[in-house]
Design a protein around this ligand. Structure first.
Ligand SMILES: CC(=O)N[C@H]1[C@@H](OP(=O)(O)OP(=O)(O)OC[C@H]2O[C@@H](n3ccc(=O)[nH]c3=O)[C@H](O)[C@@H]2O)O[C@H](CO)[C@@H](O)[C@@H]1O
Length: 367
């Protein structure tokens, strides 16, 4: 069997694709993969690291405002379709799956035009532009939030959850703690701002550093690669207490998450799939800078069920941050209740559900 996977831009689209590939590799040794991404997206680093064959096309996203750039994007899209058609002809896949980000546009569209079975995976509660566009052409649309249903044709849409939810299960949390330089006895909170870090969260955490000193809990604070050097300098100025570990990026997130009692983060869909799969309570600070405010909708889906506490960016200060953390982390009953509610929302078998949808499509296509 041959499978083309496409998805890129940020971790939220790439990690589900990688998790799906690993799940398929576990259950079927006879699958050949080709990953199609862009050279400037994070996928060009993450995918080759996993020894998955990687090819790239050149494409940019549409700007929401009218601009000349959009005219160029139309031409890049058409060229991207042409290049994708050639790659698909050479590789001859049984199915093509897109996990989001604008690179999927030409790849999945080209596949549909070549009558290759196609699936898109939508991680968010509100779909992005690319998946909305592709939904007309693909055979199946896999979703992770019931709320996403209303945006897609119902006969094609199926709830599978996010494959990353499967990948984070069964990991050794204590190993994760030790790898990050944390103690195994004290309660631990992980603070991070999505796959690239978030400046407003960084500003609040740096201000809060002196307050964390001498607390009965420890903090793992992940700044995002590009913000790390600046944060380190600022942390030295205000003083970095020894119960706070600062890191630029975590590469073994499944293990590290498994060792956490509480997570403070943006409300990217893949992060939410991971923390609900593990049943971790969270404080979610949705990014207000994303399409259709989809992160707040993702976050509310958890907070409405008592699995998370919502903290809007406009209310974020070092005081509200520490206050929210302590209200949950220092109250065993709250922690336990939130854990159960979070776990109830998790879909740990998402990867195999998604693979089943793909297998079914391939079978139908062969009839
Ligand atoms: C700004 C933006 O447009 N963000 C979008 C992007 O977010 P973003 O790329 O931040 O995605 P998510 O929060 O969904 O996922 C982040 C992924 O990166 C991993 N991780 C993060 C930090 C780290 O140090 N190590 C690490 O491995 C997390 O465990 C997770 O697997 O894609 C998501 C999924 O479509 C969307 O919901 C988000 O709105």
């Amino acid at each position: 069997m041959k499978i083309v996977v496409s998805g890129g831009g940020t971790g939220g689209h790439i990690y589900p694709a990688l998790a799906l590939i690993r799940e398929i590799q576990k259950v079927n040794k006879n699958v050949e993969f080709l990953y199609i991404g862009t050279q400037n997206g994070l996928e060009s680093k993450l995918v080759p690291r996993e020894n998955i064959p990687f090819k790239s096309i050149h494409i940019t996203g549409f700007k929401r405002k009218l601009s000349f750039e959009n005219v160029k994007t139309v031409f890049r899209f058409l060229k991207g379709v042409q290049d994708s058609k050639k790659m698909l002809k050479d590789f001859n896949p049984d199915i093509v799956i897109g996990t989001g980000g604008y690179v999927c546009g030409p790849v999945v569209y080209a596949a549909a035009k070549r009558r290759i079975p196609t699936v898109i995976h939508e991680q968010n509660s509100v779909p992005g532009l690319t998946n909305k566009f592709l939904s007309r052409y693909v055979n199946k649309i896999a979703i992770c939030f019931e709320e996403a249903k209303e945006f897609f044709p119902s006969e094609k849409t199926v709830f599978t959850g996010n494959p990353r939810a499967s990948e984070v299960t069964g990991k050794d949390g204590m190993k994760g703690r030790l790898s990050a330089g944390l103690s195994i006895t004290k309660p631990a909170v992980l603070i991070f701002g999505g796959s690239r870090g978030a400046r407003p969260i960084n500003e609040a955490v740096v201000k809060a550093l002196p307050e964390f000193a001498n607390k009965a809990y420890q903090v793992l604070y992940v700044t995002g690669d590009v913000h790390y050097e600046d944060v380190k300098k600022e942390a030295e100025l205000v003083g970095n207490p020894n119960n706070v570990v600062i890191k630029p990026f975590i590469h073994n997130m499944p293990e590290v998450l498994a060792g956490m009692d509480l997570v403070v983060s943006r409300a990217g869909a893949t992060t939410l799939a991971e923390i609900t799969s593990l049943g971790i309570p969270s404080i979610l600070i949705p990014s207000p800078y994303v399409t259709n405010n989809h992160q707040e909708k993702n976050a509310r889906s958890l907070s409405d069920h008592g699995a998370a506490q919502l903290l809007l960016e406009k209310e974020l200060t070092s005081n509200t941050l520490v206050g929210h953390i302590e209200k949950i982390l220092l109250n065993q009953q709250t922690i336990e209740e939130m854990k159960q509610k979070s776990k109830k929302m998790g879909v740990p078998d998402a990867a195999s559900r998604l693979y089943k949808v793909m297998e079914q499509l391939i079978k139908e296509n062969k009839k």
